[in-house]
Design a protein around this ligand. Sequence first.
Ligand code: TXA
Ligand code: MG
Length: 307
Amino acid sequence: MIFSDLQLACDMLIQGKVVAIPTETVYGLAAHGYNAQAMDQIYVLKNRPRMNPLILHYKDIESAEKDVLWTPLAKQLAHAFWPGPLTLVLERSPSCRVPLLASAGLPSLALRVPSHPLVRQVLERCPMPLAAPSANLSGYLSPTHPKHVQANFSVPTLDGGPCHYGLESTIIDCRTMPRILRPGAICQKEIENVLGHSVEIGQEKGLPSAPGQLREHYAPSKPVRLNATHVESNEGLLAFGPPLSGALMTVQLSLTKDLEQAASALFEGLYQLDRSPCASIAVMAIPEEGIGRAIQDRLYRASLAGL
Ligand code: TXA
Ligand code: MG
C-alpha cells in the first residue's frame, strides 16, 4: 500500500508497526525507536544481520539530548547540517531510551535529524524517534521512490515522491577525532569547511566501529562493471555524459555531468537496468570530487557483490 495520510502513518508507528517513510536521502523502513519488538520486525523484514546497527531519526537536537553523550564536535556539526543528511555516531548515555538492539550491542548510537518535510511532520506528531534503515532487502539497491520500496516488501509506504539526494546520509563518528565512516549526501569538503581542518575517511584500522558497513553492497542482481570505456551488445549502460554507443539499453545519470543530478538518478538507474533484459551493467567513469565520492562508493560495492 502506498498512502499519504500522515496521521495514519503516525498511528501505525506509535502502535509498533513498521512503515516505510520518505527522507531526503532514501526511503527508510521505520519503527518506534524506543520499542525493541517494533525494531525487531525491521531486522526480520530486511533479513538484516543483527550485528548491523540502525540509525535513529529525531525531530530535533533537543529530543536527542538525553540518549547520547554529546561532544562539542557533534554539536558543531549538528548545528551546521541538521536538519539534513548527516548521521552522527556518539556514545549512548546511561539514560539512553533506545533499546540495545538498535546499536547491535555497541556502546554507540547513530542518529540524525532528517529534513524531508513529510518525515519531519511525522516526527513532530510522534512522541519517540524512529529507527530506520534504508527500505530495501539487506544488500540490495537502496530505494529512492515508493515503487522501489514496494519492489522489496509489501509494507505500508508513505508517499513522498522521489528522494532529493538519492544517496544515503554521510556517517561521521564524533566521539573523539572526527572520522567519516560512510561517504554520503554531504561531502567531505563541506564537513571540513565547517570544522576548519581535514577529516579522515574510512574505518580506523583494527577497529570495526561500523560493523554493518562492511556488509553493505547496494547491489543489483546483475554484475556491475566500472569505468567502462566500451560496451558489449548484451550490456546495459549507466551513462555519465555523452553515452558510449552499442549498449542494449542506456540510462543517463547526467548528460551535463552534474554530480548532484547523477546521485539522485543513481539507484533509479540501477533499478531500471536490473529489470531490463540486459545481462550485466556497465558504468561510465564518475569523478571522485564532491558527492562523486559517495556515488563511487556505492558503485564499487555493487561491483564487488557476488564476486
Ligand atoms: O540516509 C540514511 O542514512 C538512510 C535514511 C533512511 O535515513 N538510512 C540508512 O540506514 O542508510 P542503513 O541502515 O541502510 O545504513 C546505516 C549504516 C549501516 O551501515 C550501519 O552499520 C551504520 O549506519 N551504523 C548504524 N549505527 C552505527 C553505529 N552505532 N556505529 C557505526 N555505524 C553505525
Ligand atoms: Mg542501507
